[in-house]
Design a protein around this ligand. Structure first.
Ligand SMILES: Nc1nc2c(ncn2[C@@H]2O[C@H](COP(=O)(O)OP(=O)(O)OP(=O)(O)O)[C@@H](O)[C@H]2O)c(=O)[nH]1
Ligand SMILES: [Mg+2]
Length: 239
């Protein structure tokens, strides 16, 4: 199974080298595709530097004007399919998502047990970081709201650490994904449910970012809740 690991980056120059190294250690056969939106901190230059010696590392550099976690992921998936991927993994670059979990994801797909695997913080063996109480409340509320509004059964529907089979990405019509921002994880999962894909979860311990800056704000999260409702009430995205 050819595996491509898609890593969207924006100002991750402090993390990307360490991440690439850890990925190669955990999944030596996999190709890594960094999708960088012309980060001001020149993450793409760090990647280009490593690429001189690392033939399993690839870069998709997008213009900053169209930046966004969602569009970067979508373009990365399309590129990964062009590269001939059978399995596509997506993960954050900030070392919150540990590459050591990837083999378990691939196994579930390669064995035919799943079309989609969600790295789950909220199942036995999984763990989230200790957030302040109000952040925990928000996070819990968002999770349960999403499950209710979108009819999702997953324990960790907002996890951004996932694996998809080639067939899954084709069936959710990945090229037509619309969300530009991190809401993309909800849009994708909703499409997976609509396409009746076999979705499994695999435990992950999530580690808090130590380097670089956070981009997601609470106000943005609240807007996502309205968008989830619009998604559910809107036309079938796969029609
Ligand atoms: N290409 C691209 N990547 C992005 C963009 N925004 C965020 N990312 C990347 O998407 C991943 C997730 O973003 P984070 O900033 O870690 O979001 P988060 O985990 O919710 O927030 P933190 O608490 O800061 O970790 C990271 O690898 C980011 O570098 C963007 O506009 N374009
Ligand atoms: Mg993060």
């Amino acid at each position: 199974m050819k595996t491509v690991i898609v890593v969207p980056t924006y100002n991750e120059s402090a993390n990307i080298a360490a991440l690439v190294k850890l990925i190669h250690k955990s999944v030596p056969a996999a190709q890594v595709l960094v999708v960088d939106d012309s980060s001001p901190d020149k993450t793409y230059e760090v990647v280009k530097g490593i690429m001189k010696k690392d033939k399993k590392l690839h870069l998709l550099k997008r213009p900053r004007e169209i930046k966004g976690r969602g569009w970067a992921g979508r373009d990365g998936f399309v590129q990964a399919l062009k590269m001939g991927a059978d399995v596509v993994v997506e993960m954050d670059a900030d070392l919150s998502h540990q590459p050591k979990y990837i083999p378990a994801f691939i196994k579930l797909i390669a064995s035919g047990q799943a079309d989609v695997v969600l790295g789950s913080r909220y199942m036995p063996g999984g763990k989230d970081i200790d957030r302040p109480f109000y952040r925990q409340m928000t996070s819990n509320f968002a999770k349960n709201y999403l499950k209710l509004v979108l009819g999702l059964k997953a324990q960790d529907p907002t996890s951004g650490f996932r694996a998809y089979s080639k067939d899954a990405l084709n069936r959710i019509k990945v090229k037509t994904l619309t969300a530009r921002d991190p809401f993309t994880v909800s849009e994708i999962l909703y499409r997976c449910y609509r396409a009746k894909l076999n979705i499994k979860e695999s435990p992950i311990v999530f580690i808090d970012r130590t380097q670089g800056e956070s981009k997601l704000q609470i106000t943005t999260l609240l807007k996502y809740l309205a968008r989830a409702l619009a998604l559910r009430l809107g036309p079938n995205p796969l029609a």
